[in-house]
Design a protein around this ligand. Structure first.
Ligand code: DC
Length: 221
């Protein structure tokens, strides 16, 4: 059976990652969380106290940065960092880090390599526009900001992190704004993407809609 590339883009907190993961499971495809790659680099920059205006330090840090995935999630230079990349500290810095063209160049190249074999579901902000402009299926996810903030709060709570919902909403909106207005690969819907508003959909509904679309594309010949 034909194996396709599925690009899932959209605003922060629309449930892209959880949806993409389940779609990949249902199709037995590989799931790649590209946001986790930007988060891992952000975590590394925080640890190494990299000054985001210092091109040489950024370059040196990226030269020593290998990102892979295992069952638990993202792996940075051989160490699983999934538990360290979803903090508010990373949330606050990740948009600035992902606006740096040098960072994007390195990560996009790695993402394209992963997608070469097809049979991949990748979620992010520029997957349908920049990473895989030829993706067989592109989905753009949106949702009401209050609903997104509530979902993010519950996700943080499930990890034992308590955060005020207004602080979370503010961060989501700030990231939407920064991600949509940056010069390099801004977040925008690809012309040939299918838009799905997840405000009133259950996770099961949204996964099913995307799997159905994928099956149509797979059988399109
Ligand atoms: O999907 P996420 O919230 O984990 O992504 C974290 C940040 O990474 C997001 O605010 C913008 C950036 N990002 C990006 O610029 N391009 C991508 N393909 C994925 C994420």
């Amino acid at each position: 059976m034909k194996r396709i590339v599925i690009a899932l883009d959209g605003f922060s907190g629309t449930g892209k990652s959880s949806t993409a993961k389940q779609v990949a499971e249902k199709l037995s495809y590989q799931y790649i969380d590209s946001g986790a790659m930007y988060r891992a680099v952000t975590h590394l920059f925080i640890e190494k106290k990299v000054d985001l205006t210092d091109t040489k330090s950024i370059e040196a840090c990226l030269d020593d940065c290998e990102i892979t995935f295992d069952r638990e999630g993202v792996v940075l230079n051989g160490h699983g960092v999934e538990g360290k990349i979803r903090t508010m500290e990373v949330n606050k810095k990740v948009s600035a880090v992902s606006a740096i063209s040098m960072v994007r160049r390195v990560l996009v190249e790695q993402q394209q390599k992963i997608g070469e074999g097809k049979g991949v579901v990748m979620d992010g902000r520029d997957i349908g526009t920049v990473v895989f402009p030829q993706a067989d299926l592109k989905v753009f996810m949106t949702a009401d900001a209050d609903i997104r903030a509530r979902r993010r709060m519950l996700e943080l709570q499930s990890k034992g992190i308590e955060e005020d919902i207004e602080v979370i909403k503010h961060n989501l909106l700030q990231r939407d704004q920064a991600d949509s207005t940056r010069e390099d690969s801004p977040l925008k819907m690809a012309e040939d993407a299918v838009e799905i508003d997840t405000s009133n959909l259950t996770m099961e509904d949204q996964v099913k809609r995307i799997v159905d679309l994928a099956k149509e594309r797979i059988h399109e010949g």
